[in-house]
Design a protein around this ligand. Sequence first.
Ligand code: DGY
Length: 427
Amino acid sequence: MTAPDQSKIFDLAVEVLKENDQGGYTIPTKGLYPFQWNWDSCLTALGQSHFDEARAWTEIETLFEHQWPDGMVPHIVFHVHSDGYFPGPDVWATERPVATSGITQPAVAGFAVRRLFERARDKEMAARRARALLPKIDAWHRWFYANRDPKGEGLVAILHPWEAGRDNSIDWDEAFERVPTEGVEPYTRRDTQHADPAHRPTKEQYDRYLWLVQHFRGLDWDNAKLHDASPFQVVDPGFNAILIRACADLADLAETLKEPQIAADNRARASAGLAAMQSLWSAPHGQYLCKDRITGALIDSASIGGILPVFAAIPPDNAHAIARTIEKQGKAVKFIVPSQDPADPRFEAKRYWRGPVWLVTNYMIMDGLRSVEENGVSDRIVQSSLDLITQSGFAEYYDPLTGEPCGGGRFTWTAAMVLEFLQLAKR
Ligand code: DGY
């Protein structure tokens, strides 16, 4: 890509971030997602830091203003009223001062805050704002292990597919059969009015998403009860890897900011998590797999959830094996990294997390591969990502076979990741 192309793309990405900025928080895209989403915001802050450092810190601070007293950081904050999204605050009924959902999302905040701190031009502001966020992020990490790893296995479970952020991944299909659909209150989906239904989860999946929400609501969102009461408990290696990386990054940051207790606690969480992660390795697949905590069995689905662990400090042999797996997948698709192995008969090139490429997962995988000097594969990920936006604009996700844009358009975190990738492409 030539330099003028890069500066034009930079300007277009900034335009998307600014038009979705609501003041103290940024919506993922107009129409489809009209509120603040947890991991969207933390990754968005990285993009914002390229043109407005102070605004980037605010994005994460606003999210943490809505942290629950028990430490959980919810996956959606409903700052304003909007009929355009379902399920809204009345369905969640979490009774928070500002309405929020009752589940969480991948814990990218610790990673994002450390990165903001390291690249800060205004060091004094960064130290002040990072210091204020440290105990809050630490409380969230503590919450995860206390509530989602009650037996102290070192790995946390998700209780709802929306928590993984990979809503309709093939990973959940089998475990999801255990979630009933009887008694789901009548509802009207809004997502399919904003995006092509063929790119979105199915009605059957939505019924089960809603059943779980109603079930947890019936338990008054008491996090001490939800884990054991959930018929869906899945240990996702990608979700855990993000949390482990966040713990390790928070520990480093806490050392720099002279908070030894936070550093020690997060270091311990990261090392227990990394040790336990090895039980999810699958040599035949050349990647990690999810585990169904209710049956105790590994789930035979080669998804991006098992590729993402390169984002954490897994053993280099495993990281190199994952790089070979991506190379192999790269022979079957034009753009990497697909969210499901294209050789899997269940792969669907356009349906949300059952095949499409997402720039956020590309970014985390690329970052991990660079740290083990898998430069060939990581450069190809950067190139694929930039080619996608050049060909198809700032879409929510992309068909890995054709590059066709899918889901929502003018998407915030896609634009944020583009700013990150452009920075790397310059080096
Ligand atoms: C949705 O509504 O599609 C979200 O992914 C749930 O967070």
